[in-house]
Design a protein around this ligand. Structure first.
Ligand code: SF4
Length: 346
């Protein structure tokens, strides 16, 4: 494996040098922006992340500033990226790091102890910011390695992951491990694509087992996806209540789905909605329905228009309630379903 590993590493590094894009988190090799970008990039495209990242760095230029900011501001800056538990973990992590002096640890073994930092993110920060010889395995790397080394195992299974990490750790070079890791991820993203790998353009094509055996279409071995119709459906009944240019929003509890986010008031049934907003006049007919795929469930929201003479002190199921100008809903941490409903109905 050693000579082959060296050859693969050299070619991946050459590929990265030749195709490297100027991205805002690559301007300096500091751990803080690398960490934030890596968390934002999980399941989100680079083009989508860039404006979020830029605004985040303007708002929270240092870990200390981030740590000292209210959670609501952190969730608001994250609003639109989904997976809000990541933003909450970033905030908790920043507070731990700030308390310990303000610098993220240099080793993957220490990084992984922090909230929200898993094996992948620890490897990415340690290799890119601190030049540590640490591997990363994300979806792109997994695909490249599974094809390159003809890994037959289900790549999401424990055995498949173990094998991929083993290969990744053997391959990562001690010189420029961060560039190598980024190069391998970009190779997966731009060349070794899921359905149509561009093997003619691939710098490791002559070393690739799947290419040599014409098995690029059947690898990687992926588990069958749960069909959306197999998912449990959560039904919610919500009221969009406007007062002039303001919309009534309620804040969800600190735990559970969409924890700590603002949304239009909702309940598990139409009767529950009326009970939560006893002084509201809620129309009988549904103004719109909104369906949203969550990772293991499907959310279905029936939205009614309503009127209210004055803001209620509380709404059952929520921790606070407020009128928020429709034009500045995005300044709060709101669920993506609420953002879409307000946009559609106002
Ligand atoms: Fe992927 Fe094709 Fe390159 Fe093999 S040769 S790593 S299948 S792009």
């Amino acid at each position: 494996m050693k000579p082959l590993a060296g050859e693969i590493a050299n070619r991946v590094l050459e590929y990265f040098d030749a195709t490297r894009r100027d991205l805002p988190w690559r301007t300096n090799r500091q751990a803080y922006p690398i960490w934030i970008s890596e968390i934002m990039l999980q399941q989100t495209r680079i083009e989508t992340v860039i404006p979020f990242f830029t605004r985040w760095m303007e708002k929270f230029p240092t870990i200390e500033r981030l740590a000292a900011s209210p959670t609501d501001d952190v969730l608001a800056a994250w609003s639109g990226l989904g997976y809000y538990s990541r933003a909450r973990n970033i905030h908790r992590c920043a507070q731990e790091v700030a308390e310990a002096g303000g610098s993220l640890p240099r080793s993957a073994a220490e990084l992984i102890k922090l909230p929200g930092i898993g094996r992948y993110t620890a490897g990415a920060i340690a290799s890119q910011a601190y030049d540590q010889r640490e591997a990363v395995v994300d979806g792109n790397v997994a695909r490249v390695l599974a094809r390159l080394f003809v890994v037959e195992l289900d790549i999401k299974s424990a055995a498949g992951q173990k094998e991929l990490w083993r290969l990744a750790e053997e391959l990562v070079p001690s010189k420029s491990p961060g560039d190598y890791n980024q190069g391998l991820m970009e190779l997966g993203q731009r060349v070794c694509k899921p359905r149509t790998p561009d093997c003619k353009r691939c710098p490791v094509a002559d070393l690739c087992g799947a290419f040599a055996s014409d098995r690029t279409a059947e690898l990687p071995n992926l588990p069958k996806r749960k069909k959306s119709s197999d998912k449990v459906v959560i039904e919610r009944f919500a009221a969009l209540i406007l007062s002039g240019k303001n919309v009534l929003l309620a804040k969800r509890p600190a735990a559970g789905l969409y924890a700590g986010l603002w949304e239009i008031p909702a309940a598990d049934s139409r009767e529950g909605l009326e009970a939560a907003l006893p002084s509201a006049d809620i129309q009988k007919s549904i103004a719109m329905t909104r369906e949203q795929e969550l990772s293991h469930r499907r959310l279905k929201i029936a939205v009614y228009l309503g009127e209210l003479a004055r803001k209620p002190r509380i709404v059952a199921g929520y921790t606070s309630v407020k009128w928020q100008p429709v034009a500045s809903v995005a300044d709060l941490g709101v669920s993506s379903a609420t953002a879409a409903i307000i946009e559609a109905l106002t």
